[in-house]
Design a protein around this ligand. Structure first.
Ligand code: 3HC
Length: 292
């Protein structure tokens, strides 16, 4: 069994909210920290809304719902994380923002062996670990969207992560959360995004060059290859700002032209067409979703 029971999650966008939900449903005491009251309230509404839906669809019992809600707390001050055993950082996919948050978590965690995990999609963990005085206790835990549905978590040990930290989080993810882990090297994009993101960018280039419409690209991959979503629907789900940030990070590391964000993607991000969360990306969406 895992020794970890008290979890912190920093950032309550779609990934942070999903991570908080699965931890609370797995029986952990969860404290979610967001910046400012408004973001905190949005995060709370996202987690509670998802738990409501899970109960309505029969995936969660009424008692399980009540227990999960009782295990969740929300705050807007990192200082509240002092007694946590594991804190998962899930803020926006920007290295500077992540380093600042991780340095802040490092300062407030009372136990020097408390673990800081980043849910980064692409930033090398070693660079995030350097923002702390505990690089041996910093690791990557990369969840997939939607977190309550996707069984996988990538575990990324940097060259300075201790084997004990890796073993502890792997046991937590598999035994407490019931998810499956794979070990990825500390290279930008890890395993899944290094394969997935060039595919998404290729689909965007097809639209950019007029080779196909977004609807036909998506239909092609769903009806032709049995993917649950087409690449442009998936990019809209992930968030086009996040896709662009991952591509930038992978391109910065490898200078591989297939990783370079296409101009159309940059333009859409500049225009605020970020996908589901803003109601429009490659497709239109009727309701506004929670921001990442
Ligand atoms: N939160 C919680 N549960 C959700 C959900 C959400 N946001 N979205 C869907 N679900 C649940 C539904 O409730 C349903 O469960 P149920 O049958 O028990 O009620 C189940 O998932 C299936 O949902 P739907 O019937 O509504 O819709 P679909 O069958 O179309 O499935 C999907 C939706 C699970 C999102 C499916 O389309 C899918 O698997 N898409 C691919 C997702 C994917 O590839 N994710 C990885 C993205 S990459 C990533 O995250 C890495 C990052 O770094 C970029």
């Amino acid at each position: 069994m895992s020794e970890i029971e008290r979890i912190g999650v920093v950032g309550a966008g779609q990934m942070g909210a999903g991570i908080a939900e699965v931890c609370a449903r797995a029986g952990c005491d969860v404290l979610v920290v967001e910046q400012g009251r408004e973001a905190m309230d949005r995060g709370r509404a996202a987690v509670l809304g998802s738990l409501d839906r899970a109960e309505q669809r029969g995936r969660l019992s009424a008692a399980g719902h009540e227990d999960a809600v009782a295990r969740l707390r929300f705050a807007d001050d990192l200082g509240e994380l002092a007694d946590r055993q594991l804190v998962v950082e899930a803020v926006t996919e920007e290295e500077l923002a992540k380093c600042e948050v991780i340095a802040g978590i490092d300062k407030v965690l009372a136990d020097p062996s408390g673990i800081i995990a980043s849910n980064t999609s692409s930033i090398p963990i070693m660079r995030l670990a350097q923002a702390t005085d505990r690089p041996g206790h910093v690791i990557g835990l990369h969840f997939f969207n939607p977190v309550p549905v996707m069984p996988l978590v990538e575990v990324i040990a940097s060259p300075t992560t201790s084997p004990r930290t890796r073993d502890t989080v792997e046991t937590f993810v598999t035994t407490t959360l019931g998810k499956q882990t794979i070990r990825a090297a500390d290279r930008s994009g890890f395993i899944v995004n290094a394969l997935l993101v060039p595919y998404l960018l290729g689909a965007i280039r097809m639209v950019e060059t007029g080779r196909a419409t977004p609807a036909d690209v998506d239909t092609g991959m769903k009806a032709g290859c049995a993917h649950p979503m087409g690449p442009l629907e998936l990019a809209d789900l992930i968030g086009l700002d996040t896709v662009a940030a991952i591509a930038e990070s992978m391109y910065a590391e490898d200078r591989e032209p297939l990783f370079a964000p296409p101009p159309l993607l940059r333009r859409m991000v500049q225009a605020g067409l970020l996908g589901r969360k803003t109601g429009r990306g490659f497709h239109g969406y009727p309701t506004q979703r929670v921001a990442s």
